[in-house]
Design a protein around this ligand. Structure first.
Ligand code: SIN
Length: 479
C-alpha cells in the first residue's frame, strides 16, 4: 500500500521518534503496522515549524490556498479505496462505511477550498461625521488539533480544511489507536503541494504530554479537540493560562423520539442508521430511544426484527455492516451498561453479549425494552451497539426526559404534526436536531453542541469563524 506511512510528517519531512507504537487490527488482534512515536520536544519543534510557515502561508492569496486545498481533495478522492482500506484495518468499521467516511472527510476539503475565497469583512457606518469603520477577518495563527479514533480521517479534515483555508497552519495529533489514516492524509498533503510546515501530523503514544505542549505553548493560538467531555475539560483548563481560542466537540447523549403520528418504517430506518453507525461509536449516535405509547409495541417488534438482520463481522468482508469495537475496555464498558439495564428492569430483546470467540471485540447489536431513567443507559454515553427503548405518554414528558442530561449535541425526532415539529425542535436543548431523519452529518451544515457537549461549529459557512479573528479599524479625520 502506497499510502501506508509509519513516520510523522513535520516541516515537510518524514520524522522518526524515540519509541514505537503498535497499530492493531481490532477485528483479529493482528499487527497492522509499527509507527514512530514522537516526544513532547518534537511536538514543540512541529509548533515552531508551523509558526514559521504561518508567516508565509497567511500571505498567500485566497485563490492560491484554494487551489492547493482543491488538489488535496482531488487526491483524496483518487485514492479513496486505499484510504478506506487503511481505515478499516486500523479502526474496524466496514469497508463501505469507511469509504463513506473518506468521501465525507474529503467533502470538507472541497467545501473549504471554496470558502477560502469568501472571507469577507464589513464596512460599518461611522459613529461621527469624520469617522469610517471597517472590520476585517484574519487567520488566528498556529492551530493545534487533537482528533479521535472513531473517525480517523474525517475529524482531521473537518478541522484542518477550514484552518488552512483561513490562512492558519496546523499541528495535528491523531489518536494513538488510529494514526495510519492521518499519516496517509499527510502523504497526500505533501503531494498536493502545501509549503513545508503548513501541515504537520505528529503521532505519539504520550497523549497527555503532547496535549500539554499544545495547550501551554504560546505559539499555538487555537486548539480544536474532538473527544470525550472528560478530556475536553482537562484541555480547557490547560488552555486557560495562554488564553487560547478553543473549539470543543465533546460527548453526546442523543435522544431519538418517535411520536404516535410518525411514519414507523422510516423512523426504524432512521434509528438504525443513527444507532448502529460505526458500531454505535459516534458522538451523534442515538443513545436513548423514546417511543410514544400508542406505537410502542408495534415499533418494538419491527425494530427488533430489523436489528437482528444486521450482519456483524470482519469489516473487510462484503455484507458486514457492524464491525468490531475499538478495544477491550470499550466492550467492557458496554457490557456494564447492559448488565445494569437488565438489573434495573430492562427486557433484553436481542443481543446483549460478545459475538464469537473469547477476546473478540465484536458486540452483538442489542435492544433493551422497558428502559428507565435510573439506568446508566439513560445517563451515560453508551458508545456501543445497544438501544435502550423508553415508553412515554405526552410531549411535555418526553421533552423533560430528552433534556435531562448535561449533554447537548445531537437529537432526533419523527412525527408529522407541523406545529408540534416546530415546538419540539425549539424545545430540544441540543446543537443539532434531525427531524424525520437519523443522518444529519454533512460538510454544508454547522456541526456542534451546547452544554457539556462543547462549543464551536465545524462545517458550513460558520466553520471558518473558529479560525478567524475580527479586527476593527477606526478611520478618523475623514472630513
Ligand atoms: C463524531 O462522532 O464525533 C462525529 C460524527 C459525525 O461527524 O457524524
Amino acid at each position: 500500500m502506497n499510502l501506508l506511512k509509519t513516520k510523522s510528517y513535520i516541516n515537510g519531512k518524514w520524522v522518526i521518534g524515540n519509541a514505537k507504537l503498535k497499530v492493531i487490527n481490532p477485528f483479529d488482534g493482528t499487527l497492522v503496522a509499527e509507527v514512530e512515536s514522537l516526544s513532547r520536544s518534537q511536538c514543540k519543534d512541529a509548533i515552531q515549524a508551523a509558526s514559521d510557515a504561518f508567516k508565509i502561508w497567511k500571505k498567500y492569496a485566497a485563490h492560491e490556498r484554494a487551489a492547493i486545498l482543491r488538489k488535496w481533495y482531488e487526491l483524496q478522492m483518487e485514492h479513496a479505496e486505499e484510504l478506506a482500506h487503511i481505515l478499516t484495518l486500523e479502526q474496524g468499521k466496514p469497508l463501505a462505511e469507511a469509504l463513506g467516511e473518506i468521501k465525507y472527510g474529503a467533502s470538507f476539503v472541497e467545501w473549504f477550498s471554496e470558502e477560502a475565497r469568501r472571507v469577507y469583512g464589513d464596512i460599518i457606518p461611522g459613529h461621527h461625521r469624520d469617522k469610517r469603520i471597517t472590520a476585517i477577518k484574519q487567520p488566528v495563527g498556529v492551530v493545534a488539533a487533537i482528533t479521535p479514533w472513531n473517525f480517523p480521517n474525517a475529524m482531521i479534515t473537518r478541522k484542518v480544511a477550514p484552518a488552512l483555508a483561513a490562512g492558519c497552519t496546523v499541528v495535528i495529533k491523531p489518536a494513538e489507536l488510529t494514526p495510519l489514516s492521518a499519516l496517509a492524509l499527510a502523504e497526500l498533503a505533501d503531494r498536493a503541494g502545501f509549503p513545508p510546515g503548513v501541515v504537520n501530523i505528529l503521532v505519539s503514544k504520550d497523549a497527555s504530554e503532547i496535549g500539554k505542549e499544545m495547550c501551554e505553548n504560546r505559539l499555538v493560538r487555537k486548539l480544536s479537540f474532538t473527544g470525550s467531555t472528560r478530556v475536553g475539560k482537562i484541555l480547557l483548563k490547560q488552555c486557560a493560562d495562554t488564553v487560547k481560542k478553543v473549539s470543543m466537540e465533546l460527548g453526546g447523549n442523543a435522544p431519538f423520539i418517535v411520536f404516535d403520528d410518525a411514519d414507523i418504517d422510516l423512523a426504524i430506518q432512521g434509528a438504525i442508521a443513527s444507532k448502529y453507525r460505526n458500531a454505535g461509536q459516534t458522538c451523534v449516535c442515538t443513545n436513548r430511544l423514546f417511543v410514544q405509547e400508542g406505537v410502542y409495541e408495534a415499533f418494538l417488534a419491527k425494530y427488533t426484527v430489523a436489528v437482528k438482520e444486521l450482519t456483524i463481522g470482519n469489516g473487510v468482508k462484503e455484507g458486514v455492516v457492524i464491525g468490531p469495537m475499538i478495544e477491550e475496555k470499550a466492550v467492557i464498558s458496554v457490557e456494564k451498561v447492559v448488565a445494569d439495564a437488565v438489573k434495573k428492569g430492562g427486557e433484553l430483546l436481542t443481543g446483549g453479549k460478545r459475538h464469537g470467540a473469547t477476546g473478540s471485540l465484536l458486540f452483538e447489536p442489542t435492544v433493551i425494552a422497558n428502559a428507565n431513567r435510573k439506568m446508566l443507559a439513560f445517563k451515560e454515553e453508551i458508545f456501543g451497539p445497544v438501544t435502550p427503548i423508553f415508553k412515554f405518554k405526552t410531549e411535555a414528558e418526553v421533552i423533560e426526559l430528552a433534556n435531562d442530561t448535561p449533554y447537548g449535541l445531537a437529537s432526533y425526532f419523527y412525527g408529522r404534526d407541523y406545529a408540534r415539529i416546530w415546538r419540539i425542535a425549539e424545545a430540544l436543548e441540543y446543537g443539532m436536531v434531525g427531524i424525520n431523519t437519523g443522518m444529519i452529518s454533512t460538510a454544508v451544515a454547522p456541526f456542534g453542541g451546547i452544554k457539556e457537549s462543547g462549543f464551536g461549529r465545524e462545517g458550513s459557512k460558520y466553520g471558518m469563524d473558529d479560525y478567524l479573528e475580527i479586527k476593527y479599524m477606526c478611520w478618523g479625520g475623514v472630513e
